[in-house]
Design a protein around this ligand. Structure first.
Ligand code: FMN
Length: 213
């Protein structure tokens, strides 16, 4: 039974472009995988704490030697990691906040990037341990950061996600960006803005049919 992990990180809920697009992806994915399971992880609905010195100490203590307190420190990380490991496919909704990913997504990433679990340094070289997964990142940005634009170098969302997920071994990744959402604040019609992005997201979700079946 294929499993899709659906992660959203926009605080805007009903007004969010990325959430509307990930919802369309999930609907299409469910239609293509009637026997599939979807796990939702809404990063705005939980409070992931920043990592601490104790947390880092626990991560770098061999599992067999961890104290009960250290094990407790890693419980949230362990459960988020289990969701990641047990899913076959991922879809992420990512709003651009201050040219980067939202802080709730960064807090989640800090919990799941763990030596020995999601990456290793065997033979002196970094090796991603999250392999055989397919990921779709749906990004919404107020401005436009396409390659030839003057502001392209301000975009730390897609380059960061490519780096960190590539490091973890998630190399089968698709990035779909709805750029220029600030036009909606100036009266641009939401339906008209969304239409091509919904089409692209649905087409992509449909193209994944059978990937994790
Ligand atoms: C706190 C905050 C910071 C933002 N920072 C940027 C930014 O740096 N660059 C940009 O183009 N848009 C920025 N925006 C606009 C969002 O990227 C835009 O509204 C996008 O649609 C957010 O995705 P969402 O609709 O799924 O929430 C920001 C919005 C918020 C709420």
């Amino acid at each position: 039974m294929p499993t899709l992990l659906h992660i959203d990180s926009s605080p805007l809920y009903g007004r969010s472009i990325s959430r509307e697009l990930t919802a369309a992806f999930v609907a299409q994915w469910k239609a293509s995988h009637p026997e599939g399971r979807v796990v939702n992880r809404d990063l705005n609905a939980i409070a992931i704490p920043p990592i601490t010195a104790e947390w880092v100490g626990a991560v770098y203590t061999p599992e067999v030697a961890r104290t009960p307190r250290q094990k407790e420190q890693l419980l949230l990380s362990d459960s988020l990691l289990a969701e990641l490991e047990q899913a076959d496919e991922y879809v992420f909704g990512v709003p651009m906040h201050n040219f980067g990913v939202p802080s709730v997504l960064k807090l989640w990433i800090d919990q799941i990037v763990r030596v020995g679990r999601t990456f290793s340094y065997a033979d002196g070289a970094p090796k991603g341990l999250i392999v055989g997964k397919s990921a779709t990142f749906i990004i919404a940005t107020g401005g436009i950061y396409d390659a030839p634009t003057r502001t392209a170098s301000f975009n730390f969302v897609e380059p960061y996600l490519r780096s960190v997920f590539g490091f973890l071994g998630v190399t089968d990744a698709t990035y779909l960006t709805a750029g220029g959402t600030s036009a909606l604040n100036q009266g641009h019609d939401r339906g008209a803005f969304l239409a091509p992005h919904l089409q692209a997201v649905q087409a992509h979700a449909q193209s994944l049919q059978g990937v994790a079946a």
